[in-house]
Structures are given as structure tokens and as C-alpha cells.
Design a protein around this ligand. Sequence first.
Ligand code: ARG
Length: 579
Amino acid sequence: MHTIKRTLTDFIGAELMALTGLDEVNPNVITASKPEFGDYQANGVMALAKRLGRNPRELGAELRARLEAADNPLVERYELAGPGFINIHLSVEALRMRANALLENPSLLISTAESPQTIVVDYSSPNLAKEMHVGHLRGTIIGDSIARILERQGHRVIRQNHVGDWGTQFGMLITFMRESSAEAGLALADLEGFYRAAKKRFDEDSEFAARARESVVKLQSGDPEYLEAWRSFIDTSLTHCQAVYDKLNVTLSMNDLKAESFYNPQLAGVVTRLENAGLLQESDGAWCVFLDEFVGKDGDPLPVIIQKTDGGFLYATTDLAAVDYRCHVLNADRSLYVVDARQSLHFQQVFAVAAAAGFSDSSISLEHISYGTMMGSDGKPFKTRSGDVVKLVDLLNEAVSRAYELVSMKNPDIEEAERRKIAQAVGIASVKYADLSKNRTSDYLFDWSSMLSFEGNTAPYLMYAYARIATLLAKQGHSTQTARLLPAVSSMAPEETALLLKALQLAETVEAVAQDCFPNTLSTYLYELAGTFMRFYEACPIQGADEITRAQRLSLCVLASEALKQGLNLLGIETLERM
Ligand code: ARG
């Protein structure tokens, strides 16, 4: 089933083409911004009139006449407004029929893409030398939601966890591991502490530093003993990551790993191909690519460094190999890089060099899905009180214990074991939702009290709204499994039609996020849906209503709860039947 917006866009677009004789038009159908403007508005007439040198109001009137004559069952009536807006009022009967199809098969609440694509989602991708810290939180959460949404749309999603597992730091770490783990009793259980101790030794002890450098060379030349030590370090670090993913209810698994080291065998070839393409240039003793479009503040050309004089390859070199792999081996139609905005120049350069050298071609769309920095309440990048980076596990544990206090305060009668379970879900959901509800491109202020509030656009509010409907339906002996159809009654209160329409709009919301990768559009929708439900619930009593009205209202509850649940799940948030 096409979404309402798509159905209207296709229909009005076709009529506009027939009317103007043009073979490309944008009817610009949007959700109406105010109830007075109907349910949807087609705003494309003005731009078109300008293009054709015609009076917009006249063109609008002609379009309206055509639309009326076409008699689309989805629409009840059209209004011509202002300089040529078309306001669209939908037919409640058509909405009711759509809703019934969804009540019979709730999985249709979200439609699937007409032509499924292969889409790589590169996200989380921490550096394995250290433990995951708050800097990895946003990318992990946002990327996971995007992956879930694309998958739900029927695309073939290939998650790629492009972890940093190679480079000089690992020489330092394995040397430290070989030499001092017994003596210092340092367990890798505290990877962060281990890294700090190794770094301290590296900075203070020049002989150790020399051995560490040597071990990098040994590692790169494939010395089995060093490789084994490296492998065991990486495995420990990956176990840490996986524990965080599981705690966060993030869908990444060990199968999604495509570490930087995976591309090592390709790197020499990357250099050769760049050279053959005539793109490689020596500069300051390193092999670089200069493209005209990249110049620094002073107007000097900016290099993309490919290989250092000592033979070492760089971050960009690996990313070029990865573009090649995603384009030519995975045959992806899109490759999304959910990575911090501070790497935006890096990706612009990689994408440009990849295109120039044929690592990518027009069959793939390379997209940097960037996000801003997570800030503490002091407006500076989030740190502990003592100024250290916050470990992600610690942050998540704190979220759960704060949620436990909250739940215990709100619902002291629930048994402790269940309160713990609820706290687990609410704590994690709060951290995720707080992030997903903000526009990802802005920096984001991390604030415990607002994310854990039961009021406003928060996870606790939405989860509570869902649990309330679920409890109500359970009391009425109704559930999402026992679908009830909306009876064909002629009258519906405005609060009822508002809820009906809102629930049906989940599909087009998800479709939009699949396109532009802004999950906050979905959060906003879910918050509005919950508000629409609350208004319905206040205005339209279920108890005491006549049989048909009662059935209608319960069906609307089922529809709303299903939309809330499916929407929250796409944000990686699990709903609870009771809270
Ligand atoms: N490991 C990198 C970092 O911590 C992020 C990798 C992102 N993905 C990529 N293909 N470059 O900054």
C-alpha cells in the first residue's frame, strides 16, 4: 500500500502533467500546517505558474477542476486558497478502509520500498585501542536506528563496524601487555586504565618507546608472535564493545565487523591505482593527492595524505579501499557513513578522490550522515567531573540506576524485580531517545533530568503512553493480536479522525527518514501521535459508550498503540506492556 502522501503526490503530479503538458513537475504535497488548511496541501502550483508565466490562481483553479473530475476516492474535497494553494480534505471512509487493512495485518503499518536497495551503514566504528566512551554514543544510536528503519523498508542493509584496530598505538599496547601485565597486575578488564598506563610508560621510558616502535614494524611485517598478542588484545577490546551494544540494545554483532586491518592487503594497490590515474604527488616527503576543490583558509591546496615516507598508510587510504569494496564487491547502491561532523572534510575528500580514481562510480551514493558533539551541561564536550572521558558502560549503568529511582518513586507498589526490569528498559531508552529526538547535525546537550522526565518529548513519556493504552486494552479484553475493524459508522468526533489520520501517517514518516536519515522526524511524529491520543482519550470516553462507538474507540486504541510500538522499535526502543 502506498502511503497517503505518496498516493496524493503521484495523483496530483499526474494531473499537473496532463494539465501543463510538462513531463516533470513537483506537486509539493505536504502535511497541512494547520487544521484550517485541511489534511494535506499541494503547494506546487505557484512555482509552476512562475515557470510557465501564468497566473497562479488561475492555474490552481484549473487544477482543482481536474482533480475534482478525477474523483479520487481518497479525497473528499479540495479548496483553492491564497495565491494557488490546494487544500486537501481526505475522505474519512477511505481512511477507515485503510485502517481496517492495517488492523487485519499490522505489519502493513509501514510500507516497504518499491525497489529495495543494498545499503551499507557504517556506524559506531570505535577505535579499539581504548574503551568505548561517550564520543561513540551518538553514532552508535543514530546509526542503529537508521539501519533498523532501512531494513524495515525492505532494503538489504549491510552493517559495517569499521573499527580502528591498526596503527602505532597497538605497538605500544602489545609491548606493554607483553612486558608488564603480570608485574602491574593490570587486567584488560579496565581497558581505559590499561591504555593510560601504557601511554604513561611510553611517554616516560624512552627504551620502552623504542621497543614499542619496533613492535609496530614486527606487527606490520606479520611476525606471528606479535600478531597473536595483537589478536588477543583486539578480541578483548571487541568483547567490551559487544557488551556495550548488548546493553544498549543495538543490533551490531561480531558479524558486522569490517575492521581497518581487513583492508591492509589492498592498501599498496590503492597507491598504485592513484599513481596510474596520475593523481599522486610527493609533498613534504609524503605521497598525497591534491584536488582543486580543496583549498585551505590561506588559499593553499589541501592534501589528502595517502602514504608517509616510512611507508605507513593513513586513515584516508583505508577509507579509499573501503569505498572500493563497498562499491565493487558489496555492490551497494548507497553507503552511509554515520560519523561525527568533525570528519566532514575527511569524507568530502575521500569521496572526491574515490570518484576521481574510479574506486566508486555513479552506481553508488556515498553519504556522510554527520552528527554534532555531545555536550555537558557546562556547554563543553561531555566529561566526568575530574575532566576524564566518560566510559560508555558507566554512563549506561548510571542511566539504569537513575531510572530505577524514578520508577520506584512513581510506582512503589510494583515488585522490585519488575521495577528493575522496567528501569533497565527506561534507562537505556531515555539515553537513546534524548539523542534521537534532536536534529543530529546540531551539537547536543546531555542532561539527565530532561531525558528522564515523564513530561515532554521523552522516552518515559512515550513508553508510559504506550503502557497506558496497553493496560486499557488488556482491561477491555482487547489486544493488537485480536484485530477489530473500525465499524462503518457515519459520525466520528474530530479527535477520533485526528487520531485515525495520525496513526496512518507512520508509514510516510518512516519513508522520509529512510531517505534523509533524520530519525528526529520519527521522534517528533511519535510525540505528536501520543498527544493526539491523549486528546482523543479525554474527549471520547470508552466506558459507557454504545456498542458501536465503543468498538470504534477500542479499534482506534489498537491502531495508535501499534503505531507507537512499531515507531519506538525503529528507534531501538522496546516498549513495556506495564509501567
Ligand atoms: N574509527 C573512527 C573514529 O573513531 C571512525 C570510523 C568511521 N568510519 C569510516 N569509514 N571512516 O573516528
